[in-house]
Structures are given as structure tokens and as C-alpha cells.
Design a binder for this molecule. Sequence first.
Ligand SMILES: Cc1cc2nc3c(=O)[nH]c(=O)nc-3n(C[C@H](O)[C@H](O)[C@H](O)COP(=O)(O)OP(=O)(O)OC[C@H]3O[C@@H](n4cnc5c(N)ncnc54)[C@H](O)[C@@H]3O)c2cc1C
Length: 395
Amino acid sequence: MNAPTVTEADERALLDAVDRWLVKKVAPVAARFDEADEYPHELVTDMCEMGLYGALIEPEYGGLGLSALTYSRIVARISQEWMSLTGFFNSHLMMAIIVQKFGTPRQKDHWLPKFATGELRGGLGLTEAEAGTDLQGIRTTARRQGDAYRIDGAKLWITNAIRGDILALLVKTDPDAEPRHRGMSILIAPTRDAVTKQDLPGVRRGRQLAKLGYRGIDTGEIAFDDYRCDAELCLVGGEEGKGFAMATGGLEIGRVNVAARGVGIAKRALDESVAYAQVRKTMGKPIAEHQAIQLKLGEMAAKTRAAELLVEDAARAYDRGGRVDLEAGMAKWFASETAFEVATEAMRIFGANGYSKDYPIERLYRDAPLLMIGEGTNEMQRIIIARRLIARNPV
Ligand SMILES: Cc1cc2nc3c(=O)[nH]c(=O)nc-3n(C[C@H](O)[C@H](O)[C@H](O)COP(=O)(O)OP(=O)(O)OC[C@H]3O[C@@H](n4cnc5c(N)ncnc54)[C@H](O)[C@@H]3O)c2cc1C
């Protein structure tokens, strides 16, 4: 059981606080930060203060200990206003969850309180230039040298890599192992000195990638060259060869999060469309009275609600405990495809105004496609769903 410790009243209070913050602080600036692709320092500080960097970390380590259900509702609300903001703390929490689920007692005591407050902010470093879907093809190595690991290699497309302080890195501790996943481990690798905030020796930060959407957040390259970290603190679980399972386990909550982002995008695109269709007139009447627009709104509304219910289903399954790749995969696939479809339909309903930066639709339309790629592509989701379905129903 991934025990939720928050009451319904607590959840309502938290969602209300998030809503007030979205209206007051985020709505007025989101389009500007997106356009400038600028890191929103003040909003990141606000999210730390609201406890979002510790949302899924247990209270004994200073986190909020939220259920995945409450968490998914927060993510959906924030994504209605500006999806990028959810990436800052979700990438960080995927790193934290790996320590919380698989770390040694010493690792949990050492890392989790700093992760919960956002004193150390980080992410999950799996992908490399030659290995995204095929994670077992990574080349980054970690070799034990006395009490330390020496890490060499480069990660690409890593969220929070440029401005973050730390990463959970998927590495090869035995590059020759067969099957390949048996040679993989996860290391918690600090990238900045805790006091000076300078890069640690052996860390080389590359460029921040320019992106279609999901702007304002730093997604980039980071390389490790003769980098050293303390083996006892860094090798998650203290045992080599378990990293692949940890990474795929950590992705489950990531998929619930991505699906919730999709719900947020779809809801906003739907709400905007319902309002706009009643105001915009052609042929002497609001476009909402044309059947062609009604057909769109009907389908958009039904799919958005279905996505929301699938996310709830996956989040509840996650909260019950055990593997949830089937439920998380279904929610992730359906909600992300829905987000893109609904944003595209909203653009049609808005006509030229949908294409304009003066309206919110074009940003929803640019943000949505990431959801079909991140935390496992939608091609892979359907394969995972089918495999789990067959495994659960053997003949
Ligand atoms: C904005 C952004 C942020 C990201 N943040 C992070 C992060 O924080 N940490 C991190 O580790 N990664 C991150 N990623 C990387 C992301 O997880 C990968 O892009 C994703 O896993 C896909 O890998 P790839 O891009 O290498 O595509 P590829 O693996 O090259 O796949 C290309 C195409 O082939 C398909 N394909 C591949 N293999 C198969 C197969 N066996 N069967 C069927 N189809 C297949 C894929 O579905 C896809 O359509 C981020 C990516 C983006 C765009």
C-alpha cells in the first residue's frame, strides 16, 4: 500500500491554495515565461513553499505524503494554467520515489528530507543520445573504486539537468552483463557543491534544449567525466544490478502524472472552446449553434471526462500498491492522445484566433505532444498494456 495520509478536507484546502496561487501568480505570467523560454524562479520557490517538491514523500521525511489521486488532481489543475510547472516537481519526485521505495535506511534519512523541502532539486537521468526507448542500450558507466563510484558518460533530454542540484542516474555497473538489465544500477549523483552551489568536479552541463512546447523548464544535456560519488550514499539500495526495475517502477507515477497533465490540457481547451463558441458569431448566430461545432464539443467533453476517469483509476490502483503498468499505461496513452486531439479541435473552433499567441489555445496545442513521448512513448504504452493484459489472463 502506498499509504495516503491526507484527509478529504486537507485535499480540498490544498487544491484551493493551488487554485488561488494559479489565479494570482501563474495566470498573469505564464504566456510571457513560455514565450521567453525563461526559468520561473519565483514560481519554483512558491512550489517549494507549498510543499509540492515533497508532495509524494512520506511525512516522516518532511513531505506531504499525498495519495497519487490527490497528486494527480493537483497536476491536472496546474496543467490547466501552465503545464511546464508540473515538470519541475514531477521529475524531482520520480527521483525521490526511487529513493523512498528502494533506498537503504541511511539513504532515505540522508536524501529525502532535503528533497522534500526542495533544498536539493533534481530529476531522473535515464535517456542518452543513443538510448531512449531502449534504455538497456545506455552507455554511461559507474565503476566501483574503493568507497566511491566513478561515473563516465552523458545524458540527454534530462529535465532539471541544467539548473538542478542532483540526479538519479541510470548507469551500467556491469556493461558486459547478459541480459543487459542485470548490469544496470541507479546512482543518486549530486551535481553541485552543497555550500558553494558550483558544479562538482567531473560534471559538465551542456546546452538547454530549445523545444516546441514545455518551455521555461530546463531540459538539457549533462555529462559526467571521471565524476566521483560516495558509494554507500549513492548506489540506491546498496546492491548493483537492480536499476532497470527501479527505473521502470519509478516511471509508473510519472505516467500517472503525464496522464494528469493531459487531463489538465484537455479540460482547459474544452472550457475555452465552450465559452468561445457561445460568443463568436457567424451567419447571424453563435457558432455553438452550428451542428458542426456541437459535434466537436460533444466528443471533446466525453473524451476529456473519460481521460479523467482513467487517471483516477490508475491513481487509485497506485495508491493500493503493487505494479500498475497496465492502469498507468492506459491512462497515459488515452489522456495524452485526448489532450492533443482536444487541443487540435479547440484550435479549429477558435479559427485564426486559435493560431494567435493572444489566446491560450496555441500553447496547449504546443504543450500536448510531449505527453505522447515522455515517460515511455505511446507506441510502447500500448505494447505494455497488451503484455500485462496477457500476463494477467493466461490461458
Ligand atoms: C521535453 C522532454 C523532456 C524529457 N525529460 C526527460 C527526463 O527528465 N529524463 C529522461 O531520462 N528522459 C527524458 N526525456 C526523454 C524521453 O523519455 C524519450 O524521448 C523517450 O523515452 C523516447 O525516446 P527517444 O526520443 O530516444 O525515441 P526512440 O526510442 O528513438 O523512438 C523513436 C520512435 O520509435 C518507436 N519505438 C522505439 N522502440 C520501439 C519498439 N520496440 N516498438 C515499437 N515502437 C518503438 C518510439 O515509440 C518512437 O515513436 C524527455 C523528452 C522530452 C521530449
